[in-house]
Design a binder for this molecule. Structure first.
Ligand code: LLP
Length: 385
């Protein structure tokens, strides 16, 4: 994608580093997801935490997605960007009173509640505001998503959701809370999941819990199964759009439900990861005894995933080059930390100061996780239609 010379000419005039967002690919990805979801009457809330860049949100909102938020500011942002309050969910283990009040004020669709204490706090605040809060109970399904341990969320040892052992108590607290209306159950097992069996296991567990509640006379209208669908970091050009059909099909086949029950999703990464790349310029090249370094002007401050999770991102040279003159480089940034490294032994054409590279699949959890560490510049971005 970044091999042609035209793109190099366009980029040469811009100050690096910057995020490059391909809005055409974003649109096609969203259309594919929406088509596959609509066909099955599934509702998709976009997880803002993956990327809340204005233009990206505009496109996502215009395609009719709901919003999944994890802070009061994200709820406000979703409202400001035109997402309907009735399509907004608010999750998170540590919602502050201020954030809860923001969400109550806007009358969002549902709080995904993560503890018994939180149920009680939302009940009190809703009472004070004179409103009824709609809640979904987040249950920790204790499923191993087999992904990086930092992004596994559905295990007993993780801080998320109400554990099985507390369900009985949660159900009775819910009955006692006059200002709460239980709309559904919420689950989320982790992120960057490519093995569809993980989602199948989730469905099996969800069915059990739904029955558990129904046996006790509690009707569950909404089953929210969270997000987590992964993308192909290794081959972004070959697989730019995730297989939404296969993903939704698992839930369609294995989730037991009647015609009135709704299935909701909270996809982040799968919708936005492939449309973004971090573009950077080579500042210096350096060769040690065993190593060749490419020192680029982007760092962990712009894209933290490799430093934080040892995440792989494909790195490629922008523009045309002669095949056959390749070298293995450690591609590193300018930040004063050894972990500021985008990739080790990356095969690239022999490079010189001023050459440009693209770090691919950076549309999700890239720009939003940027920091000003080392008093770096605010991260920049450009869009291509
Ligand atoms: N719903 C809940 C409750 C979540 O915790 C998350 C992500 C999502 C939905 C969206 O998941 P997705 O569809 O994007 O997998 N910073 C990490 C990823 C953290 C994910 C946190 N939760 C990374 O860069 O890989």
């Amino acid at each position: 994608m970044f091999r042609n010379k035209t793109i190099l000419d366009q980029f040469s005039a811009l100050e690096t580093p910057f995020y490059y967002y391909d809005l055409d690919l974003l649109g096609r990805t969203l259309d594919a997801a929406k088509r596959a979801a609509d066909k099955r009457n599934f509702h998709v809330h976009y997880a803002l935490k993956a990327n809340y860049n204005d233009r990206i949100l505009e496109v996502i909102q215009s395609k009719g997605f709901g919003a999944d938020c994890v802070s009061g500011n994200e709820v406000q942002k979703a409202i400001d960007m035109g997402f309907g309050a009735d399509q907004i969910t608010f999750a998170g283990v540590g919602k502050s009173d201020k954030e809860i009040n923001t969400a109550l004020h806007h009358g969002i669709f549902a709080f995904n509640v993560e503890s018994i204490q939180e149920l009680e706090v939302i009940n009190t605040l809703a009472g004070q505001a004179g409103v009824t809060a709609q809640v979904s109970l987040r249950i920790n399904p204790n499923i191993d998503a087999n992904t990086h341990h930092y992004i596994t969320t559905g295990l007993d040892e993780n801080k998320f959701g109400v554990p099985n052992s507390e369900l009985e108590k949660a159900a009775s607290v819910l009955r006692a809370c006059a200002n709460l209306n239980l709309v559904g159950l919420h689950f989320h097992v982790g992120s960057q999941i490519l093995d569809m069996n993980v989602f199948k296991s989730l469905c099996v567990k969800v069915n059990e819990w739904k029955t558990w509640f129904e046996d006790r006379g509690t009707y569950i209208k909404v089953i929210n199964v969270g997000g987590g669908l992964g993308v192909d970091y290794k081959a972004p050009d070959e697989n730019p759009i995730p297989d939404f059909e296969a993903y939704f099909d698992v839930f369609d086949r294995f989730l037991e439900r009647n015609a009135q029950q709704e299935v909701h999703f909270e996809l982040g990464r799968a919708l936005v990861a492939q449309c973004g790349s971090l573009v950077s310029k080579v500042l210096y090249t350096k060769s040690g005894i065993k190593k060749h370094f490419l020192i680029v002007d982007a760092g962990m401050t712009e894209l933290m995933r490799p430093a934080l999770y040892q995440a792989y991102h494909k790195i490629e040279r922008i523009g045309e080059y002669q095949k056959g003159t390749m070298l293995n480089y450690d591609v590193v940034g300018p930040i004063c930390e050894s972990s500021d490294c985008f990739g080790k032994e990356v095969e690239l054409p022999i490079s010189k100061r001023g050459d440009m590279i693209a770090i691919r699949t950076a549309g999700a959890y890239g720009e939003v996780m940027a920091s000003r560490y080392n008093l770096r510049e605010e991260v920049r971005y450009v869009y291509a239609q």
